[in-house]
Design a protein around this ligand. Structure first.
Ligand SMILES: Nc1ncnc2c1ncn2[C@@H]1O[C@H](COP(=O)(O)OP(=O)(O)OP(=O)(O)O)[C@@H](O)[C@H]1O
Length: 278
């Protein structure tokens, strides 16, 4: 189903004029959310959030604990479907197509909109198999040779190839935490996603492994729309070009990262980035 075009940018205060200008330059957003609310049973966790996500940028979701960042992130590839009490209203589109439409193939959607979790979660299989599994089930390889190429390319892109090329048969769970997280990123990349959602991907990692993931995010920028939930404002400032500030289930402000951090439009954003709560 093709959804309505949205000529107007979502009505959120912040640096929208700049985003409007870039939208004019880059064309339509990769993903659009309009009036999205998410409930867990009776409890509302997200209230009428509208946002555009572009392929050209890394977009950071920031805000105090419990404000709904992860909930909203999970609604972008229907991971909330796996939570029985969760209900999503409003519209979310990928290239203009309603991802909650009844005919949507959710397995295919989650390949197009991949996800990397807080805690690295490689399959308890070999490094090779961790990467090969997705392309195989999605029919992206015709032969073992094709699969070998995909595995190598994905590990290269995730900056892990040189570290693991001689031990592809070893189990993925035997790698260090940072390597496991890069393996998970390689696994997401292997099925040729258009969007990669990252839910606090560095929170279980030490500073060196964190720096490597941040470098990797920067390398991947522009090839995929990347959305990252982070508790670290320094990280948001380092890796993202767009920042969305959430508070109590609302999207308070969304704009250029540089503007959100140096000249926020909203008092609540200012209080958060200056450490008055959170
Ligand atoms: N599976 C669930 N069932 C019921 N309520 C939930 C569930 N997951 C989250 N919530 C509630 O929804 C609200 C938003 O939670 P969410 O985890 O999305 O926030 P967050 O901003 O990502 O928090 P954090 O930064 O602490 O991870 C919270 O009140 C939380 O308790």
């Amino acid at each position: 189903m093709v959804m309505t075009e949205y000529p107007e940018a979502p009505k959120v205060r912040g640096a929208m004029p700049s985003i409007d200008a870039e939208r004019a330059e880059h064309g339509p957003a990769k993903m659009t959310a309009r009036d999205v609310s998410v409930y867990y049973g009776e409890k509302q966790a997200i209230d009428s959030v509208s946002i555009d996500v572009f392929s050209e940028y890394v977009t950071a979701f920031i805000g105090p604990s419990g404000c709904g960042k992860s909930t909203f992130l999970r609604s972008l590839n229907r991971m909330n479907d796996t939570i029985a009490a969760a209900r999503v209203t409003g519209e979310i589109a990928l290239d203009g197509e309603d991802i909650y439409a009844s005919g949507m193939d959710v397995v295919q959607l989650r390949a197009r909109v991949g996800m990397v979790f807080q805690k690295p979660n490689p399959f308890p299989k070999s490094i090779y198999e961790n990467i090969a599994y997705g392309p195989r089930i999605h029919g992206l390889a015709d032969s073992k040779a094709d699969l070998d190429v995909i595995v190598e390319k994905s590990l290269q892109r995730a900056g892990l190839w040189n570290e693991v090329k001689d031990r592809l048969a070893d189990t993925g769970t035997a790698l260090s935490g940072g390597q496991q997280q890069r393996l998970c990123i390689a696994r997401a990349i292997a099925v040729e996603p258009e969007v990669i959602l990252m839910d606090e991907p560095c929170s279980a990692l030490d500073p060196i492994a964190t720096a490597k993931i941040e470098e990797l995010i920067d390398d991947l920028r522009g090839n995929y729309a990347i959305v990252i939930v982070t508790h670290s404002m320094q990280q948001a400032a380092r890796v993202s070009q767009r920042t969305a500030f959430f508070h109590l289930g609302h999207l308070v402000e969304y704009g250029l990262t540089s503007d959100v951090f140096t000249n926020p439009a909203e008092e609540r954003t200012k209080d958060y980035i200056t450490g008055r709560y959170g």
